[in-house]
Ligand binder design. Sequence first.
Ligand SMILES: [Zn+2]
Length: 138
Amino acid sequence: MEKKKSTKTVEKTKERVGKGLLEELRIKLEGEKVAVEQELQKIATKNDKIPGDWKSKFPFGNSDSGSASLERQADEVEEYTTRLPIEHNLEIKLQDVNSALEKIKKGKYGLCENCGRMIPIERLKIYPAAKLCLDCQK
Ligand SMILES: [Zn+2]
């Protein structure tokens, strides 16, 4: 086995994952990023102060909050409360997708963030934003 250290880590990722599949997964991740951002935009507003952070919107806006009945206000709060976990999950997913794309750029894609071993290709195909191998996920 060759022990010479390659300076091109990106090339190494292509060897590990396979150039064709890496490109395929990158496109998949780009698509997921757009989809998750669109989902988030429906229920949340981007926080300009903290990159990657989103704030849940109140479903009906504040335009007529002055005249809203108490019942409707209660509905809004309830709706808001159910949206929070959804928004949180989407936010985490977006972060995972972004960090996976970042790792492709840096040539570190496909490595488990905990143990540093290669995440099985089959797992990456199903979930391209995977951060951990199956052993570490448990
Ligand atoms: Zn691991």
